[in-house]
Design a protein. Structure first.
Length: 187
């Protein structure tokens, strides 16, 4: 079994990573790091910068994860600025923005970046969902989008968490599968 440091305290991300990476005999060990997250239009650049910053702090190979959302009806908003917007917005802010929109599509972009001091690898998967008209489920204040976003099935991500599950279906872990295949072939 291979162990890798994962710079996050997000329980959903830890659960998803370990659930998927167990197929590759990889376990992630979460580590809390105080690193600045850059703002950028390109979410891939945010993930890569986080990986470099995390490595500088611990000087060991590390993996990071970053999630961004884009809403086609809003010109791709909030994109790479999701972390700040999500902290500012309540579920009602999301539904207000979408009130007059016919296209209620939302895309969840999951990014993983690995850095070992020399090699930087990036993996990305996009999952299409919809924004509903009213909030359902309970989450922390900085995850308001999860109360109005459905990626699969008929429950919001927050409802799935409230029911004791993780906020993603098995098929919504492709980014970790990509990483697992790549990482298991290192060495």
């Amino acid at each position: 079994m291979s162990m890798l440091l994962f710079a996050t305290t997000n329980s959903r991300k830890i659960t998803e990573a370990n659930a998927t990476l167990s197929d590759y005999d990889i376990v992630v060990e979460p580590i809390k790091l105080d690193i600045d997250e850059i703002q950028h239009r390109d979410p891939a650049e945010i993930a890569k910068a986080k990986a470099r910053s995390a490595y500088k702090v611990i000087n060991k190979p590390v993996v990071v994860s970053d999630t961004s959302w884009s809403i086609p009806a809003l010109g791709g908003f909030p994109g790479g600025y999701m972390k700040d917007v999500s902290a500012w917005f309540k579920p009602s802010d999301w539904t207000s923005l979408m009130a007059d929109k016919q296209d209620r599509t939302i895309n969840c972009h999951e990014h993983i970046a690995y850095f070992d001091g020399e090699q930087l690898q990036h993996f990305e998967s996009t999952y299409k969902g919809v924004i509903i008209n009213e909030a359902r489920g309970i989450v922390s204040e900085d995850e308001s989008i999860e109360q109005v976003a459905i990626l699969y099935g008929d429950k919001t991500m927050a409802e799935q968490k409230s029911d004791g599950g993780i906020a993603s279906a098995g098929e919504v872990l492709e980014h970790w599968r990509q990483f697992g295949e790549w990482y298991s072939n290192l060495a």
